[in-house]
Ligand binder design. Structure first.
Ligand SMILES: Cc1cc2nc3c(=O)[nH]c(=O)nc-3n(C[C@H](O)[C@H](O)[C@H](O)COP(=O)(O)OP(=O)(O)OC[C@H]3O[C@@H](n4cnc5c(N)ncnc54)[C@H](O)[C@@H]3O)c2cc1C
Length: 165
């Protein structure tokens, strides 16, 4: 599954014979789904479900001495995410899609400016697809404690481990 809309659009454009490029401001490709959302959370959930089944047992099946190492569970979820991100990198290469790392900004005419570490480069594009995803809206007066979900947690979506609650 490749959830990130940009890669699907870029691959299709390349398949149709266009010269395609993707701009990504995060250190890794794959968007929220691969890096932080669907994939790592489902890996953790799956481990939790297995542990719950083992812990509570089923009639006739009792497993003694269960223990959980959550750090290894998180590591496994990161490994799953990393594997899929590598897959996206492979798809970009296979379809000859240029990956520009940096923050994109629309400039005049057909110009797209990509900025990274203070340095900018411009690319010309006949067609541009904006697929920037979304971020939280924090309502005025609402305090977010930053432990379970926060703009900071969202920004750290490409960190080596997800935020811990
Ligand atoms: C914890 C969690 C669990 C989830 N689980 C599921 C699930 O099980 N099933 C499901 O269907 N969905 C799930 N989702 C939702 C899913 O992750 C999103 O629907 C999906 O990631 C949206 O994809 P997108 O391509 O629109 O945006 P994103 O994945 O957010 O991708 C947008 C990308 O654009 C980049 N970007 C933004 N602005 C710029 C810029 N100016 N220049 C360069 N790059 C930029 C960002 O860095 C990001 O990588 C989950 C989400 C979360 C947070």
């Amino acid at each position: 599954m490749v959830r990130d809309r940009r890669y699907i659009a870029a691959i299709r454009a390349a398949q149709l014979g266009l010269s395609a490029a993707v701009v990504e401001e995060a250190p890794t490709l794959g968007g929220v789904c691969l890096n932080w959302g669907c994939i790592p959370t489902k890996a953790i959930l799956s481990a939790a479900e297995i542990f719950a089944a083992v812990k509570h047992g089923v009639p006739g099946l009792v497993v003694e001495g269960q223990s959980a190492n959550y750090s290894q569970v998180i590591d496994a979820s990161r490994a799953a995410a990393d594997r899929l991100v590598r897959g996206v990198n492979g798809l970009m290469k296979k379809n000859k899609i240029e990956v520009l790392l940096g923050r994109a900004r629309l400039a005049a005419g057909r110009e797209v400016v990509v900025t990274r570490d203070g340095a900018s480069e411009s690319v010309e594009a006949r067609n541009v697809i904006l697929a920037t995803g979304s971020t939280e809206l924090v309502f005025p007066g609402v305090q977010v404690d930053g432990r379970k979900s926060s703009p900071a947690a969202r920004r750290s979506s490409h960190a080596s481990s997800p935020p811990r609650s």
